[in-house]
Ligand binder design. Structure first.
Ligand code: GLC
Length: 461
């Protein structure tokens, strides 16, 4: 398959963005399925859009930030509507944050911080006022990172703790499912929760269909009934405990995970915040000492707390039991973003590019190919996602694995299903699956096509 030109991709991406845009300008992941913006979707959309229009990209970030909570938390989902949605997706709890703005009470990997820095750099190169953007975005991003690292982390090791699987961005990944099944086993449920679970199971097919877009025909693709039921029990429980991680731990039940992917992405976001501080060099936009300290602690928390010597790899930690969740998913390789240990870095890159593990026809398999949980076309259970592809592309480039990054980019751009812009793809065939056109997939293609265009340019200079 021939690689489409930058212009072809830019036109197709523009059509996808317009298709998914709300009247107030927000580019949703997909319309009409989604009614607002998501945190890491917005980050990827902004990174792609910045290749053609950095100012528009900065506006997408600002629109999502309208959902920031008073305590600094940036929610995973911001719904722009006049009234609270009657049937919010994923059975989470939503609250009003501003006029026509409703948000969830959970967060998502903080890629928005890294994206804001990249967008500012694109603005600067395009001769736009990147400093004004940085000055307005730095304080709220600083508040968010401070909330994550000072309120949501374990003071013992500095690692951020997540309170819902959807916070990982990988809603039904098998590593979270294992913890959820244990926390919500029948003998751990109150009589009322048992009743909900019982009645819920009967109603689940219907609820699943109306709230998560589940169709009989996609049953192999999306989250299953148990994912939704367990997610619902967890949502109720975290709501009762005011979404406070310490109260949830003290309550004696409910999943709390030191998620490896989330923590690696947070460490990367910390570097972006420091880059912003350096670019601004004034005494009004500085990373606080407390946050500097927490970022350093996080870095060591990942290297000491998440690295398992006997398995030669990083794993999430179940915060309730303190033990590692030893299930092989691509999230375990995300410390490639930040690790400074050459042997760990090489082992992550070898693992990632192993065709029997994650380097499938269309990398990156979200679950290791030789795991019993692997299903090539299933929602976070093996399928290839634009989120992981683009993060690993960046990690490979930054760590100097230039050929592997090029392969990842070219396999994505040469995928015959590329321009369907699928929400996710079958990792073995590349087939586009889920909702489409999916804005983050269009943005990812733009990013890669822009990269290829610049490569050609450099090699002919
Ligand atoms: C699902 C995905 C999550 C994504 C969201 C919107 O919840 O698991 O990663 O951000 O949909 O696309």
């Amino acid at each position: 398959m021939r690689e489409p030109s930058f212009t072809e991709i830019a036109e197709a991406a523009d059509r996808a963005f317009r298709h998914n845009q709300l009247p107030n300008g927000v580019i949703t992941p997909n319309k009409p399925y989604f009614t607002g913006s998501f945190l890491w979707d917005t980050a990827l959309i902004a990174q792609g859009l910045a290749c053609v229009n950095p100012l528009a990209a900065s506006e997408q970030i600002e629109l999502h930030m309208l959902g920031q909570h008073e305590n600094g938390m940036i929610p995973n989902e911001v719904i722009h509507a006049a009234k609270i949605p009657l049937k919010p997706k994923y059975l989470l709890r939503y609250e009003q944050q501003g006029e026509n703005v409703f948000t969830s009470n959970i967060t998502q990997p903080p890629i928005l911080v890294t994206a804001a820095w990249h967008v500012a750099e694109r603005m600067r190169i395009a001769g736009e006022d990147s400093k004004a953007f940085l000055k307005s975005i730095f304080p709220p991003l600083h508040r968010y990172m401070s909330w994550l690292l000072l309120k949501r982390s374990d003071p013992a090791d500095g690692l951020v703790m997540l309170i819902h699987p959807n916070e990982s961005g990988m809603d039904n990944t098998p590593s979270w499912r294992a913890v959820m099944e244990r926390e919500w086993s029948t003998d751990n449920q109150t009589p009322f929760e048992r009743l909900i679970a019982f009645a819920g199971h009967a109603a689940m097919r219907r609820i699943n269909r109306t709230t998560t877009g589940f169709n009989e025909s996609d049953s192999v693709e999306r989250a299953d009934d148990d994912d939704i039921m367990l997610g619902y029990l967890q949502s109720r429980h975290i709501q009762t405990n005011d979404h406070d991680v310490r109260r949830i731990l003290d309550s004696g039940k409910g999943a709390v995970v030191k998620d490896v992917g989330f923590n690696a992405i947070t460490a990367e976001a910390g570097k972006a915040l420091i880059s912003m501080e350096v670019a601004l060099t004034d005494n009004k936009h500085m990373v606080s000492n407390a946050l500097h300290g927490a970022l350093e602690k996080l870095y060591f928390g990942i290297e000491i707390g998440l690295w398992q010597h006997d398995k030669n790899g990083y794993y999430s930690i179940d915060a309730r039991t303190g033990s590692a969740v030893e299930i092989e998913t691509a999230a375990n390789l995300l410390p490639l973003l930040t690790t400074g240990f050459p042997n760990r870095r090489d082992s992550l890159a070898d693992n990632l590019t192993d065709p029997d593990r994650y380097w499938t026809a269309l990398p990156v398999a979200s679950v290791c190919k030789d795991s019993s949980f692997f299903e090539s076309g299933r929602y976070w259970r093996g399928s290839s996602w634009p989120f992981l592809r683009s993060i690993f592309h960046r990690a490979l480039l930054q760590q100097g694995y230039i050929d592997a990054a090029q392969q990842l980019r070219q396999r994505t751009l040469r995928n015959p299903y590329l321009q369907h812009f699928g929400e996710f793809n079958d990792a073995l065939t590349g087939k586009a699956l889920g909702k489409m056109p999916f804005s983050p997939a269009a943005a990812e293609a733009l990013l890669y096509a822009d990269y290829e265009r610049r490569e050609v340019h450099l090699s002919t200079d």
